[in-house]
Design a protein around this ligand. Structure first.
Ligand SMILES: [Zn+2]
Ligand SMILES: [Zn+2]
Length: 103
C-alpha cells in the first residue's frame, strides 16, 4: 500500500497547480506555452483590480483569457488521481476508526 501511495503522490505532483497547490480543477493552458493552471487560478492572475499585465504566471509570456484552452488530457488525469485519493482515503478511514464499536 505504501508503494501505491508513493506512485500516486508522484502522479499527483504532475497534476498539482503551482498557484493553489491543489490538484487541477478545470486545467487550462495558454495557447503560446505549455504551463497548466486551474482556470480560476490563472484568471485571478490576469484579471482583476490592479492587474495590468495579462501573461503566463510561470514564464511571463503574454497570454489572454481568450487564449486559454482546456487541457483535456490533464483534466482526465487530475480527476482520476482525485478519485484514487478518495478511494484510498475512504479505505484508510474504514479500517482505522477508533470511534466505532462503542455505545
Ligand atoms: Zn489552482
Ligand atoms: Zn508559460
Amino acid at each position: 500500500m505504501a508503494d501505491v501511495l508513493q506512485h500516486l503522490e508522484a502522479i499527483e505532483a504532475e497534476v498539482t497547480c503551482s498557484l493553489c497547490a491543489n490538484i487541477y480543477s478545470d486545467p487550462v493552458n495558454f495557447a503560446g506555452c505549455s504551463h497548466i493552471f486551474c482556470r480560476d487560478c490563472v484568471i485571478n492572475t490576469i484579471e482583476g483590480p490592479g492587474i495590468t499585465k495579462s501573461e503566463c504566471p510561470t514564464c511571463h509570456q503574454p497570454g489572454w483569457k481568450k487564449d486559454l484552452q482546456t487541457n483535456h488530457k490533464f483534466k482526465s488525469i487530475a480527476s482520476a488521481v482525485q478519485k484514487l485519493k478518495q478511494e484510498l482515503g475512504t479505505a484508510d478511514i474504514a479500517s482505522c476508526n477508533p470511534s466505532t464499536g462503542r455505545s
